[in-house]
Design a protein around this ligand. Structure first.
Ligand SMILES: [Mn+2]
Length: 421
């Protein structure tokens, strides 16, 4: 067979609103608005540079069911660019952009193939009059697909290479909604040579043997939970029908979440320098891209007293945004979080005979004894079980309760030991 090359992407989430990002300055905001689009531009550039035979897009092209006209036009224009250079695109839709939602009546390029939602269908990729591969796919007719779509894939061609294109959740991946759940075994039994999946946002190769199965992840991160380099896969299929995968980074903006320990910081000046150094580190790791980062201050030390002053953290955050956010490329501190404690020797205080020792012992009981820990929730009953707040608040998780206990302990310790120095 003839060797060929294709590009596999998914979860573009075009026009993603980047929820939860407030107080962003205008320059950062406009970069963010453009980020998912520029990233897809790069994927299309990559197809052309690499002289790919086709592009696969495995669902969640648009971010929400209320897809914007802007997003649809940008997607269409890019597919036209590919079509004009003789590169076909194969598309399925996922839970974020099912077929039953509104879409503009646009003219799609000749070389764009969109799979329907009724049944699995297949389409050949033809090069020099010969099929080099068959693509099988199905789109989500509605958002909430809980059936196993993978089981409906059955290879029927006798071509040289078969690809399954699907938005689905493989295994019991609890970090993601179980849309179109299936197992690796279901995928293997279908007879495909390659599975082009979408849905899981961190890129991951589930199988590198036949069939090769992988998630390319979302090519542009959208929150501090979507960290690190993001991109798509370039797949080369050799004359023996063996695919090999190369991950290519295409993200426009890079996300970070970093901790800075105050343990060894003696002055506020040293604290500011440490935060700036962390920003510089992000800038280097972003390799020329703008970066957005969350910084959490941790540990115990003298600068905790300053951090506890009203307004200090906010002013420090503003200062770093001014100095780091104005550089090119910028580093934008999305949030500066203070999780520090006062510089006391906890172990020594625990073994003492005073009120602080009693207090620490009591907190430890709440931390370590399941019955005590559960009773924390009861103490919060006034807020969570009655009144209007109940309607607006999510039930606290065990992890929430632990975090609040840690924060309460730090706050009480500050107050109890403030007089000592
Ligand atoms: Mn997605």
């Amino acid at each position: 067979m003839r060797k060929f090359r294709f590009v596999h992407t998914a979860d573009l989430h075009l026009d993603s609103p980047f929820v939860g990002l407030h107080e962003v300055d205008e320059r950062v905001a406009s970069e963010l608005r453009e980020a998912t689009f520029s990233t897809f531009d790069r994927i299309v550039d990559l197809c052309q540079e690499k002289d790919a035979d086709f592009l696969l897009v495995a669902g969640d092209i648009y971010d929400s069911a209320d897809r914007s006209l802007r997003a649809q036009l940008r997607f269409r224009d890019n597919l036209r660019r590919l079509s004009d250079s003789g590169i076909p695109t194969f598309v399925v839709y996922g839970n974020h952009d099912p077929l039953n939602r509104w879409s503009a009546t646009l003219e799609w390029p000749e070389q764009t193939h969109t799979f329907g939602g009724d049944e699995v269908t297949s389409a050949p990729v033809v090069r020099n009059g010969e099929p080099i591969a068959y693509i099988y796919g199905i789109s989500y007719p509605t958002r909430d697909v809980r059936t196993n779509l993978a089981k409906r894939f059955r290879r029927t061609d006798d071509g040289p290479f078969a690809i399954g294109l699907l938005h689905c959740n493989v295994g019991d991946d609890t970090g993601h909604e179980p849309y179109a759940p299936c197992t690796l075994d279901d995928l293997t039994r279908s007879g495909m040579d390659y599975w082009a999946l979408g849905h899981v946002h961190n890129h991951r190769i589930l199988s590198s043997k036949k069939p090769m199965v992988l998630y390319p992840g979302n090519p542009q991160g959208r929150s501090p939970r979507e960290l690190g380099p993001r991109g798509c896969y370039v797949i080369d299929v050799d004359t023996g029908g063996h695919p090999s995968a190369e991950f290519v980074r295409v993200d426009t903006i890079s996300w970070f979440s970093e901790a800075v320990s105050i343990d060894d910081l003696d002055t506020d000046e040293a604290l500011i320098s440490a935060v700036e150094a962390t920003c510089q580190q992000m800038r280097e790791q972003a390799e020329g891209r703008p970066a957005i980062g969350r910084i959490t201050l941790t540990g115990r030390g003298p600068v905790h007293r300053s951090l506890a002053r009203p307004g200090f953290v906010t002013e420090l955050e503003e200062r770093v945004r001014e100095t780091e956010g104005s550089q090119n490329p910028f580093v934008w501190v999305e949030r500066l979080e203070d999780a520090t404690g006062s510089p006391i020797d906890l172990e020594q205080r625990r073994s003492g005979q005073d009120f602080v020792a009693d207090f620490l012992g009591l907190v430890d009981e709440y931390r370590n004894e399941p019955e005590r820990a559960a009773s924390l929730r009861q103490h919060l009953g006034l807020l969570f079980d009655a009144g209007r707040a109940q309607k607006l608040l999510d039930e606290p998780t065990a992890a929430d309760l632990r975090d609040w206990l840690d924060a309460a302990e730090a706050m009480c310790l500050d107050l109890l030991t403030a007089e000592e120095d």
